[in-house]
Design a protein around this ligand. Structure first.
Ligand code: ASN
Ligand code: ZN
Ligand code: CA
Length: 331
């Protein structure tokens, strides 16, 4: 009774996720005591250093507009919190390394910087403000994507080139998307699109698509022997496509108001096993069976082993994993 951690929550007015609750102890900083003490800092245009911890005289953060510098911070802080909760409640993992320690977030990196990234050296994620400093790359799926680079690094350590690099990127898209669905946020309902909120292309289209990755004009839908020559953000395609097929099945469907039409290499018709089973299989494979050099063929055996562990050899889930890999030409 005499010793406890103060947990305080404030209200964030985000750009992409509406009004949210934020961890803001002590009165008032962006410090999430309930989630390892995750902190969010203001880089104020710098491209190095930790920046300045967001501190406030009231417990209201941002106003929903990019012109208020706390707004991007509220989005980033919220994204880290939801990703933390997803890891804990859905994957049974206590933080990125499983040790309860938080990373931290930095926003307002550089000037009109159109990217976001994870860094192992700072154990932190960093967000630019986007074109015209008006579209910070702080949406929920992007935060989940970047934080999951930390998770991949702490587990399989998938090397960031060739096929393992594509699997590394796909892991971030798969779990980032799963975070977006998990949040059940009314302003950002789950979808199988990556970056649909940040308008990175300036024409309102998402950065990537999981139902049919080639919709972006660059990603592969299916495995081929030349896949490893693509940029890792495009060789991720077959694994993202695998995840969509495993979770949702093939063909046309609408999820949360978004329409998809997912083809199969072998013209098979697949029925999905649902997102929850699909991401649990992927995470088990990532954390138990994949290594730094895992290829697509290795990802297939890793996910089959994970499905056996979770649902049994010869289970419907095991068979669905095999069928979904065949549908992206991995056998
Ligand atoms: N936003 C990019 C990503 O997370 C940054 C990079 O290319 N590493 O993949
Ligand atoms: Zn990435
Ligand atoms: Ca999305």
């Amino acid at each position: 009774l005499y010793s406890y951690e103060a947990v305080a929550t404030g209200t964030g007015h985000t750009q992409y996720s509406g009004q949210v609750t934020l961890g803001t102890a002590p009165s008032y900083t962006l410090t999430d005591t309930a989630r390892g003490g995750h902190k969010t800092y203001d880089l104020k245009g710098a491209t190095s250093g930790t920046g300045t911890l967001f501190t406030n005289t009231t417990d209201i953060w941002g106003n929903g507009l990019a012109t208020h510098r706390e707004t991007a911070a509220a989005d980033a802080h919220y994204g880290a919190a939801v990703t933390w909760d997803f890891y804990k409640n859905e994957l049974g993992r206590n933080g990125i390394r499983g040790d309860g320690a938080a990373a931290y977030s930095r926003v307002h990196y550089g000037n009109a910087y159109v990217n976001a990234f994870w860094s192992d050296s700072c154990f932190c994620m960093t967000y630019g403000d986007g074109a015209g400093n008006a579209r910070p790359l702080t949406s929920l799926d992007v935060a989940g994507h970047e934080m999951t680079h930390g998770l991949t690094s702490a587990t399989a350590g998938l090397r960031y080139s060739k096929e393992s690099g594509g699997l590394n990127e796909a892991t971030s898209d798969i779990l980032g998307t799963s975070v977006e669905f998990y949040a059940a946020n009314a302003a950002d309902t789950g979808d199988y699109l990556i970056g649909e909120k940040i308008d990175i292309r300036g024409n309102g289209t998402p950065l990537r698509y999981m139902d049919k990755p080639s919709r972006d004009g660059s990603s592969a839908d299916y495995w081929s022997s030349s896949l490893g020559r693509l940029d890792v953000h495009h060789s991720s395609g077959p694994a993202n496509h695998f995840f969509f097929l495993l979770a949702e099945g093939s063909g046309a469907r609408t999820v949360n108001g978004v329409s998809y039409n997912s083809p199969t290499y072998d013209n098979s018709t697949l029925t999905g096993i649902g997102r929850e089973k699909a991401y649990k299989i992927w995470y088990k494979a990532l954390s138990t069976y994949m290594t730094s050099s895992t290829t697509y063929a290795g990802a297939r055996t890793a996910t089959l082993s994970a499905a056996t562990d979770l649902y049994g050899a010869g289970s419907a889930e095991y068979n669905a994993v095999a069928a979904a890999w065949a549908a992206v030409n991995v056998k």
